[in-house]
Design a protein around this ligand. Structure first.
Ligand code: SAM
Length: 465
């Protein structure tokens, strides 16, 4: 019995995705039945969380094994508070170093577990529901509806309002909702809804989540950074070296920026740009938390980041052409690879709006890169238009670019459908959870399971000649 529905999409978006996953080139290669089955598995797995939590360890500050030990002790403390009975050795043994990536620790996620629903229901927003599925508690601003007489200490079932249809302050909700687990209310209803200021702090402490994974709230903040596995792969594929000057064009909240600086041993310069002012602060906060000093942050539109006066040398943007040894373009995208995501309310127009912006950013990236430099382009989406088609366009438009092999290459190759050759597809890295997705844990063993049961993600690496 599937506990969750598949991801709910607007019909036009679902048809569009289907046309991508059943494109002519792919149908000719794998046949209709396999292509259809991959597409159905994609819709299913997008609404479920990956089966491992990935932690990037700050190996620029301490050896991996020390961080693993400390994390084991912290998580043991957490379990003692929740009155679980496993021994410290058990907790430590559950934290697995990734076999191919030197700064990654993996923690298995337990779920979906058999949790009995209760009569008292709290309804939370879709984003909050997704966070609960990845191990978070319910924070008060995420609560949309609660029982009329809910008091702190009450046991409640938590449901995610996946389509955003529940009215704030309601006492019940009969629309589409998905059960994400049980918890204990930490606030009365009146203090959640009847205050002038939005209430902060934990509203429901999850005691029986449907998917159990440790809460990392405040756990070893400088040593353990929660990051999806493909995002960590991006930093390694870029391969920055100490002393280089590296540009991260779309950097907030700065997870990859900080990884780049850490890989450089904090020696050299990492320039982080983002267009959204209130996201910029997060980059600086993350850098500070991870004790990184080589990062310079600017609020700037990266499509305008190339200086029109190349002779004018400047520390901040815009920069003269060929200013950087390496450029990361982790592009704004339709985000359709994010997991878990039980519903997307986006229109087809919104999903298709990213390709032109990404091209402008690629154009700026190529100009800002020195000859012999490396450009990495990545997205967390599954469409051809934002991934393989962008690579085909970039290779046509900029003859100075060639595709490069990626290290590590733990994902699948690029997807057929954009006219790229088999050699070119082999150089691309696409994390395609639908290829091996199977809910029975024993079906796909480690490390393959951790490498494939990820968010949907795409990475291309270019060299500029
Ligand atoms: N690289 C980030 C990380 O790993 O934490 C995530 C980046 S997110 C995929 C894309 C970012 O691009 C968003 O923060 C968005 O504000 C930013 N963005 C969108 N358009 C931009 C532009 N024209 N110039 C600079 N940043 C832009």
């Amino acid at each position: 019995m599937p506990i969750f529905p598949r991801i709910s999409l607007k019909p036009e978006v679902c048809d569009h995705l289907k046309s991508i996953f059943l494109n002519k080139e792919l149908l000719a290669a794998v046949g209709h039945q396999e292509a259809e089955s991959r597409f159905q598995r994609l819709l299913m797995c997008l609404s479920h969380p990956p089966s491992y939590t990935c932690v990037r360890a700050s190996t620029h500050l301490a050896p991996l094994e020390d961080i693993r030990q400390k994390l084991g002790e912290e998580l043991k403390r957490q379990q003692q508070q929740q009155m679980c009975s496993s021994s410290p050795e058990d907790v430590y043994a559950q934290i697995l170093p990734h076999p191919h990536i030197p700064d990654v620790l993996l923690l298995p996620v337990d779920g979906p577990r058999p949790v009995q629903q209760l009569s008292s229901e709290v309804v939370v927003g879709a984003q909050c529901g997704n966070a609960v599925l990845r191990g978070a508690h319910v924070f008060a601003p995420g609560i949309i509806a609660s029982p009329k007489y809910m008091k702190a200490g009450d046991l409640v079932s938590v449901f995610s309002d996946t389509e955003g249809k529940c009215t704030r302050g309601a006492t019940s909700f009969q629309g589409l909702k998905v059960f994400v687990g049980n918890g204990v209310a930490e606030m009365d209803r009146s203090s959640i809804f009847c205050t002038d200021e939005p209430k902060k702090g934990i509203g429901v402490r999850m005691t029986e989540p449907l998917y159990q994974s440790p809460s990392f709230d405040g756990v070893l903040p400088s040593l353990a950074f929660l990051q999806n596995l493909p995002s960590v792969v991006v930093g390694h594929v870029l391969g920055p070296r100490p002393g280089e000057r590296v540009l991260d064009m779309c950097a907030a909240p700065g997870g990859k920026t900080c990884h780049i600086a850490a890989l450089m041993g904090d020696q050299g310069e990492v320039v982080a740009l983002d267009r959204i002012r209130n996201k910029i602060d997060r980059i600086g906060q993350n850098a500070q938390m991870l004790h990184l000093h080589s990062i310079k942050v600017y609020c700037f539109n990266s499509t305008q980041a190339v200086s029109s006066d190349p002779s004018q040398d400047s520390e901040g943007p815009p920069f003269p052409p060929e200013s950087f040894d390496r450029v990361l373009l982790d592009a704004p995208c339709s985000g359709l690879g994010q997991r878990p995501n039980m519903a997307s309310t986006w229109s087809l127009k919104e999903i298709c709006s990213y390709q032109p912006l990404q091209r402008k950013l690629i154009q700026a990236a190529v100009r800002l890169l020195r000859k012999g430099g490396v450009l990495v382009y990545s997205t967390c989406t599954v469409t051809l238009a934002e991934n393989e088609e962008q690579v085909a366009w970039a290779l046509r438009t900029f003859p100075c670019l060639t595709l490069q092999p990626q290290e590590p290459h733990i994902g699948a190759e690029g997807m057929l459908g954009a006219g790229l050759s088999p050699e070119q597809l082999r150089l691309l890295q696409r994390f395609s959870p639908e290829l091996n997705w199977d809910q029975t844990e024993s079906a796909v063993p480690l490390p393959h399971r951790a490498n494939t049961d990820t968010i949907g993600f795409f990475i291309a690496k270019f060299l500029k000649h």
